[in-house]
Design a protein around this ligand. Structure first.
Ligand SMILES: [Zn+2]
Length: 98
């Protein structure tokens, strides 16, 4: 593992950019967000609802069903969200996150 100096001034500041995003864009840097936890959000491929669950008794086959539209199958939609994105998602859904 490469050692990172935590207190080092970031390049984007040293080079006079307004934000890290702008710097990354100019440099063509694609950042992988791998900080912290990620959440797998599973959604129905038919109606996009997250009210999905494994079919009881068919867990080993990877069968899923949607409680909203009744879809059943194994090709469930899966999104990987960062903690921030996940919280935002819950927020937009209007659920209590506290
Ligand atoms: Zn559905």
């Amino acid at each position: 593992m490469a050692k990172k100096e935590k207190m080092k001034t970031p390049d984007w500041i040293l080079e006079g950019y307004d934000s890290e995003e702008e710097y990354d864009k100019k440099k063509g840097v694609k950042k992988e967000k791998k900080s912290g936890k990620t959440f797998n959000l599973r959604r129905c491929p038919k109606c996009d609802s997250d009210e999905v669950g494994v079919v009881v008794g068919e867990e080993s086959k990877g069968k899923w069903e949607c409680r909203k539209c009744g879809w059943k199958g194994s090709d469930i939609k899966e999104d990987e969200l960062t903690e921030d994105e996940f919280m935002k998602y819950l927020d937009e859904k209007g659920e209590e996150t506290a």
